[in-house]
Design a protein around this ligand. Structure first.
Ligand code: NAP
Length: 280
């Protein structure tokens, strides 16, 4: 009998990762013979380490903080969305023997926002807090929905300005702008995305309630306890809908799984299982 194909997620730190659980549930659901483990990567040695795994025992690798840019550089063949993001979260060895890279974060977010939460982004006002790798990964699919306005606000404004410049050619009819986190424009916004890592630190985001109107959706890309401060703010400010990023995590994983295995798992039951397990 042939041995199951092996996959892994690499990050540093990595002990908190839910990816092994998610992919194990996908594999059970779809009857795929595979294993999936978490591996701690060594900063500065990504290409040697992960290149070696892909040349050897692993069929594919998911990549998380802080290695997504290294993954983009390692891939010999990149999808358009990974090239635009300058970051890859999914690697695999193609039939041509070369390392391929894709970025499924953006499509994962959009699936969660549109399919689960019912958001329609066309013609809307969107505010993104943060201008790091995650924002770079979600800008392309957000702009493809042609919002009326998309503002990137960051603690370090130059980073937001750089992103607005880099994606200006894709803005089309959308007013794409950058600002400082402490100089936010007037609301209300239809969608406020928290793509900062502030929830993971001691510093809370100071956000004016005026950003929120009666139909505002607030979404934190982070999930679990780290999302609570932002979600509490959203509720107190009167957002119509709010969510953490667990759905995005499951959706981006499902896209990676589909690339590797050629079958798209059902995400709803897996998200429900994770929510149930988190509540235990
Ligand atoms: P990153 O590249 O390190 O960027 C971090 C961002 O957070 C920067 O804009 C940074 O601002 C800002 N920031 C950090 N601490 C802050 C604070 N105390 N106050 C205000 N801003 C602060 O990280 P990333 O890759 O973009 O990831 C951002 C978050 O998204 C992470 O927590 C990650 O786990 C999450 N994420 C979730 C998913 C999912 O599937 N749910 C996918 C991707 C990412 P400066 O530029 O000023 O430093």
């Amino acid at each position: 009998m042939s041995r199951p194909d092996r996959y892994a997620v690499v990050g540093n730190p990595i002990h908190h990762s839910l990816s092994p659980r998610i992919h194990t549930l996908f594999a059970e659901q779809t009857g795929q013979a595979m294993t999936y483990e978490a591996r701690r990567g060594t900063p500065g040695q990504f290409a040697e380490e992960v290149g070696g795994w892909l040349a050897g025992e692993l069929r594919g690798v998911n990549v998380t903080v802080p290695f997504k840019e290294d993954a983009c550089q390692l891939a010999a063949v990149l999808s358009d969305r990974a090239r635009r993001a300058g970051a890859a979260n999914t690697l695999w060895t193609g039939d041509d023997g070369r390392i391929h890279g894709d970025n499924t974060d953006g499509v994962g977010l959009l699936r969660d926002l549109e399919d689960r939460l019912g958001c329609d982004l066309n013609g809307r006002r969107i505010l993104i807090l943060g201008a790091g790798g995650a924002t770079r990964g979600i800008l392309l699919p957000l702009l493809e929905r042609t919002p009326a306005e998309l503002i990137v606000a960051n603690r370090t404004p130059a980073r937001a300005e750089g992103l607005a410049r880099d994606f200006a050619d894709l803005a089309g009819d959308t007013r794409l702008q950058a600002c400082a986190l402490d100089a936010l424009p007037d609301g209300p916004f239809d969608l406020i995305l928290n793509a900062t890592a502030a929830g993971l630190s001691e510093d809370a985001l100071e956000l004016p309630a005026g950003l929120v109107g009666p139909r505002t959706t607030a979404y934190d890309l982070v999930y679990g306890p780290a999302a609570l401060r932002f979600l509490d703010w959203a509720e107190a400010a009167g957002c119509a809908l709010s969510s953490d990023g667990l759905g995005m995590l499951v959706e981006q994983a499902a896209e990676a799984f589909a690339i590797w295995r050629g079958v798209h798992p059902e995400t709803g039951p897996v998200l429900a299982t994770l929510r149930h397990e988190a509540a235990d």
